[in-house]
Write a protein that binds this ligand. Structure first.
Ligand SMILES: Nc1nc2c(ncn2[C@@H]2O[C@H](COP(=O)(O)OP(=O)(O)OP(=O)(O)O)[C@@H](O)[C@H]2O)c(=O)[nH]1
Ligand SMILES: [Mg+2]
Ligand SMILES: [Zn+2]
Length: 361
């Protein structure tokens, strides 16, 4: 048995639920997504959920289907039968990336999260470009971002790394910690609020699942040693899973992601590079790409040593990605419109054919 509020239900979802209040549907939260079904938590406890035919066939893309963290509305029969998922309530926040490969589709990593921990290890895999990339995705998600630097026990230049990080990302909240000597774990514990949802993202092997175990105080999730030599992880976590912590907070563990292709608008990108955003106002051309134009205030700042070259390079790389994404999404829309027109024309042709025959006959 769960109280909805203890599963993260709030006035936002209550509002979204209003139009279904007189139906027989009840709310439940998606905890695990399996291949053919879902584990969901509801007021009657843990249930197995299956998609209704209507939801399966009316959804236009993967992102219309339930994801871990989603609030869904189900028909509940009894504890022996699967609940049937009829609706996915609009998401308050959603963390997405572009699917890997050539396709331009959104992949939702998790939804309805309040705060996302961007985890990086303080070992040889430490990578500020990746933190910035994650920040773009998190800023686009609507959730709050906190950077977690793990494995502080393996690092003897923490201050140096912190200074470098701060130079690049400004004053984003940062916590360094160790799951081995437990330094910094309290800093995480004190900010976890009951009924709020958190998630951890970061490369494989940085200690995301170990951190949940540290907070939980037990070996709840599987963890595995990283590779010797390059400290890379072994992709131990293979599914997203929402876990309820002893203090009543909810946390979603995610598998380490090799690639984080952007699914983001330009505004979220710029929010991670406020100094570039401010300079861009002074560029000669409104559509300046800050890569070669004369009168570009960003290039000028680089030449005068006023802007971090690393930030500039990482920004340009991501700007290209975001622009490409925008055109691909536009093309996709045009393609849809074209196809729809084709279908309409075909229908009209058939209609006239039939009518013609009818008149003749
Ligand atoms: N020295 C040290 N090792 C740690 C720390 N945190 C985790 N580890 C170790 O790092 C390895 C990987 O940890 P996991 O928790 O499995 O990493 P993960 O981020 O969940 O990895 P994936 O599930 O593959 O994405 C394990 O052997 C952990 O014991 C830490 O703070 N210090
Ligand atoms: Mg893991
Ligand atoms: Zn410019």
């Amino acid at each position: 048995m769960y109280k909805l509020s203890s599963l993260g239900w709030n006035s936002y979802y209550q509002n979204m639920f209003r139009e279904f209040e007189n139906s027989s549907l009840v709310p439940a939260r998606v905890v695990v997504e399996n291949k053919n079904n879902y584990v969901i938590f509801s007021e009657v406890g843990e249930l197995m959920g299956e998609l209704s035919g209507k939801l399966m066939f009316s959804s236009e893309s993967q992102s219309d289907l339930p994801k871990v963290g989603d609030w869904v509305l189900v028909n509940y029969f009894d504890e022996h039968s699967p609940a049937i998922i009829q609706e996915v309530l609009p998401r308050q926040t959603k963390l997405s990336r572009k699917v890997t490969g050539a396709k331009t589709d959104e992949q939702i990593i998790a939804s309805n999260i309040d705060t996302i921990f961007i985890v990086q290890a303080l070992d040889e895999t430490f990578n500020i470009n990746r933190v910035q990339r994650s920040l773009v995705l998190v800023n686009n998600s609507g959730a709050k971002a906190i950077v977690v630097l793990s494995k502080s026990d393996l690092c003897n230049d923490i201050e140096d790394k912190l200074v470098k990080l701060r130079e690049r990302v400004g004053d984003v909240q940062t916590i360094s910690l160790s799951n081995v000597n437990k330094n910094g774990i309290d800093d995480i514990l004190t900010l976890l609020e009951p009924g709020k949802t958190y998630s951890l993202i970061g490369p494989s092997g940085v200690g995301k699942s170990t951190l949940i175990n540290s907070i939980f105080g037990d070996e709840l999730l599987d963890t595995k040693a990283v590779r010797e030599g390059d400290s890379k992880g072994r992709h131990t976590t293979t599914r997203r899973e929402l876990v309820i912590l002893p203090n009543g907070s909810l946390i979603i563990d995610t598998p380490g992601m090799r690639e984080l292709q952007l699914w983001s608008d330009e505004e979220s990108l710029n929010s991670v590079f406020p100094e570039i955003d401010e300079l861009a106002v002074h560029c000669k051309y409104d559509d300046c790409t800050h890569s070669h134009e004369t009168g570009c205030a960003v290039i000028k700042a680089i030449e005068e040593g006023e802007l971090s070259k690393e930030n500039y390079d990482n920004y340009l790389k991501m700007l290209k990605e975001v622009k490409y994404l925008e055109t691909r999404i536009d093309e996709g829309k045009q393609y849809d419109t074209k196809n729809r027109w084709k279908a309409v024309k075909k229908e009209m042709k058939n209609f006239y054919k039939k009518n013609h025959k009818y008149k003749k006959g």
